[in-house]
Write a protein that binds this ligand. Structure first.
Ligand code: NAD
Ligand code: ZN
Length: 360
């Protein structure tokens, strides 16, 4: 079989710097079609009434929509937002701006796609199913780690699966990285989302898909994570570096894949609504046999920041629910193949996964 190399899109424009948020108005001005074609700002509702909200460059018929990040984004939620925008405006928006963590970034990507494509977001979960270009969309992270700002996927919980819309049209047209925006993140959340980045690095660097492209970004991101979580940086340096670690970690998995922790965390997310960052941590602590060095570093980081992970998460699952969770995890084939090679089915069994889930 002739193996083709994949031709990936990258974010074509990026601004980096403390206070750069105030340049958003100028950036958008160049993209405004006319006064009837608004910019829609999808903003994490932790910012409602905050100083940041008053700095959003809202003009003409622009609309700010506050969205809670308490639950991970759903296909149904995307459909509702798209319906609302279509109903409120006679013209398609000039652009969509997502402001928040991975949840809001993923919502903004999905809404931008669905405004220009028929049907439901669930129709596009998978690989390269999107037919038409999305509308102009901008990502502005306010917490660092997921790499959602650079990736070509938007992970959604659908009626049947938790799966990304992976497409060339998913990637943001513009990203604005202003580390100051991550100022108010609570410590536990900072750690969980930061560990998402750390785990991206370990899973990419230990994976069988590794190549020089992924390695170059993964090693840089891993070094930055070590500085941030085990070093003695000033708060400002730490914010700056974690934001760049997230970027590099996302770039690293673009040309490889994630692994065991992510596959199992998807199961926790689908069955129990456990959020991505926390779910990764809950699984990763028990993955010594797959990632011995990574797990050891992870435990040092937990100790340094006095993080206590919740326990007994899977205690009340009955056998049927447990099986459903295992089947979601086992369904993430590319992740297992990256982690363990083509032979993975001989190494990973439902019983094996159950023994790990039962510890969590
Ligand atoms: P999140 O977006 O859910 O935010 C976590 C919490 O932090 C929320 O309560 C939010 O309100 C709060 N928060 C965010 N910024 C804040 C700030 N500046 N001050 C105070 N509070 C703040 O969390 P996340 O970990 O960034 O994202 C997780 C989501 O990202 C999941 O849905 C996951 O599937 C997705 N994800 C996507 C990709 C991708 O490539 N598309 C990769 C990894 C994860
Ligand atoms: Zn992740």
């Amino acid at each position: 079989a002739s193996e083709k190399y994949r031709n990936f899109p990258m974010v074509p424009r990026v601004v980096f710097g403390n206070g750069s948020f105030d340049q958003l108005g100028d950036i958008l001005l160049a993209k405004r079609k006319h006064s009837e074609a608004p910019v829609i700002f999808l903003v994490d509702d932790v910012f409602e009434g905050s100083q940041l909200s008053s700095r959003i460059p809202q003009i003409f018929s622009d609309q700010i929509i506050y969205v809670s990040a308490n639950e991970e984004p759903k296909t149904q939620q995307v459909d509702t937002l798209v319906g609302m925008i279509r109903e409120n405006f006679s013209e398609l928006p000039s652009g969509i701006v997502g402001i928040g963590g991975g949840t809001l970034l993923d919502l903004a990507k999905a809404v931008a796609i669905l405004l220009n494509n028929k049907g439901s977001a669930a129709d596009y979960q998978g690989w390269d199913l999107v037919q038409r270009k999305s509308i102009y969309h901008v990502g502005i992270p306010t917490i660092s780690g997921t790499g959602a700002e650079v990736s070509r996927t938007t992970v959604l919980l659908g009626p049947e699966k938790k799966l990304g819309i992976n497409s060339d049209y998913t990637t943001f047209d513009q990203v604005l990285l202003d580390p100051e925006l991550t100022n108010g993140v609570p410590k536990e959340q900072w750690f969980y989302t930061g560990m998402d980045c750390f785990i991206h690095c370990i899973e990419s660097l230990k994976g069988t898909y590794l190549n020089a492209f992924s390695q170059s970004y993964g090693e840089k991101a891993l070094d930055l994570c070590k500085e941030v979580f085990l070093g003695n940086l000033s708060e400002e340096e730490s914010r700056n570096k974690l934001m760049m670690a997230s970027w590099h970690g996302g770039m690293s998995i673009a040309y490889s894949q994630v692994g065991v922790a992510h596959a199992m965390s998807y199961g926790l997310g689908y069955q129990l609504g456990i959020k991505h960052g926390l779910g990764n941590c809950l699984v990763f602590q028990y993955l010594e046999e797959f990632y011995p060095d990574g797990v050891q570093l992870f435990k040092q980081m937990m100790e340094k920041h006095q993080i206590e992970l919740p326990k007994g998460i899977c205690r009340n699952l009955d056998e049927h629910e447990m099986d459903a969770m295992i089947s979601i995890a086992m369904g993430m084939e590319p992740l297992w193949e990256n982690a363990l090679g083509q032979n993975w089915r001989n190494l990973i069994t439902p019983a094996k996964l159950k023994s790990i889930y039962r510890k969590i």
